[in-house]
Design a protein around this ligand. Structure first.
Ligand code: FAD
Length: 376
């Protein structure tokens, strides 16, 4: 992971700091002749007001603590409002890191000995026991697959790898139609069976492989939120790789504010700032993780039905949901579905979604009624 230094800059508003999540964007040259893959993580920018004389802290003993670090091939940022003496900074720092690293150890396809990698490697088609956490994420993933009629599909793993977006080294050429076709029979969420008592999963095909990159970061955000809640801390903003959950308020009682990024490659431009109270927000986009070959852009979001990266005019989708895991998965599902079908799907299921659609000269914004109701 190529990391940029933590990136803080002051906006025109003198008492606002923007913490850019692009501190850890990657620019990876996979093959100097063929591939140039650009990978940025984080499609939101979080605003945190500081030193605001017009908004004194709710209590003189309240302060905001900020934590950041790296895990899951990306960065995380956590802001928590704490009362003096209720908990130590070191305890929180360690607890947050442990919580995220636990999800990484369970659900990474980049760690050969994670629970998921071991499941992927086993060729058995009999029931395999799962941790409750992995079971929960697989269950929600399957629900989103059904809802999206297979647009979201965690069994897309072999295709993700074939196109060079997974843990394997990127190839120096495009996959052939034959290679893609050969993998399609091993892709299909219906080929993964789940049982809850006790938590277990069974592959219908020995070579079924799972990729949780489109959902597990959201789950990790929820786990950190749960950890903080268990400590009695109900005012926080948690972000991992651009997926965000906020609860309560900032000092002074104002709600957390989050800036949605404009879909411009290589630049940090704010498209919209939203003010939200209790929320989970996730964004999927086509402009931060892709490679270009012969003038064609290949996105890391794969259509599981065709085996090819998505090719449509949707630049990004942001989703608000009751938890970040769901928002994360839905954002990818809608990204695969595309501008029309994605909008229809989110409207039909009252999903709070915001679509940024390429027009050729710029971007058009489409928001569902559910989004407009939730966003100030
Ligand atoms: P999202 O839109 O949220 O997800 C897109 C990703 O989902 C694709 O990259 C692909 O993997 C998968 N996908 C593609 N199409 C579909 C589809 N139709 N349905 C379902 N899923 C699809 N990256 C590293 O470089 N190094 C690491 O060590 C590393 N560790 C990780 C550990 C964990 C537990 C997780 C969850 C991810 C890890 N990653 C790692 C991946 C990385 O941090 C991002 O999660 C990933 O690149 C996608 O996140 P995103 O928000 O950009 O895209």
């Amino acid at each position: 992971m190529t990391e940029k230094p933590f990136n803080l800059f002051v906006t025109e508003s003198a008492n606002s700091l923007i913490i850019s999540l692009f501190n850890q964007y990657k620019h990876m040259i996979h093959n100097k002749y063929l591939y140039s893959k650009v990978f940025f993580t984080g499609l939101v920018i979080i605003f945190l007001s500081t030193c605001q004389p017009e908004s004194p802290p709710a209590s003189p003993n309240m302060e905001i603590w900020k934590f950041s670090g790296s895990s899951m091939g990306t960065s995380y940022h956590v802001s928590v409002r704490v009362s003096a003496g209720s908990v130590t900074r070191k305890q929180l720092q360690q607890g947050i890191k442990n919580t995220i690293d636990t999800v990484d150890r369970q659900m990474s396809t980049y760690k050969p000995n994670s629970e998921l990698s071991l499941f992927n490697r086993r060729r058995s088609t009999s029931w395999q026991p799962l941790s409750p956490a992995l079971f929960k994420v697989l269950s929600v993933a399957q629900q989103v697959s059904k809802l999206s009629d297979g647009a979201f599909d965690i069994t897309v793993a072999p295709l993700v790898d074939l196109w060079g977006f997974g843990p394997s080294p990127s190839p120096d050429r495009l996959p052939t139609a034959t290679e893609i076709k050969a993998l399609l029979p091993a892709v299909g969420f219906q080929r993964l069976r789940l049982q809850s008592q006790p938590p277990a999963a069974a592959k219908q095909l020995p070579n079924l492989q799972i990729d949780l990159s489109a959902i597990a970061k959201g789950f990790a955000v929820d786990q950190v939120a749960g950890y903080l809640k268990n400590l009695g801390l109900s005012n926080y903003l948690v972000e991992i790789g651009g997926e965000v959950r906020g609860s309560g308020s900032r000092p002074g009682g104002q709600p957390w504010r989050v800036a949605l990024e404009a879909p411009v490659t290589g630049q940090r431009r704010i498209n919209r700032v939203i003010t939200l109270h209790n929320f989970a927000l996730a964004t999927s986009g086509d402009y931060r993780n892709y490679f270009e070959k012969n003038g064609v852009r290949y996105s890391h979001t794969i259509n599981p039905r065709t085996g090819y990266p998505i090719r449509h005019k949707l630049a990004s989708v942001s989703v608000l949901a009751s938890n970040t895991m769901l928002a994360d998965a839905l954002a990818t599902a809608l990204m695969v579905a595309g501008p029309k079908a994605g909008y229809a799907l989110s409207s039909a299921h009252a999903i709070a979604a915001r679509f940024l659609v390429h027009t050729g000269t710029g971007f058009k914004i489409k928001e569902t009624v559910a989004w407009q109701r939730q966003v100030d």
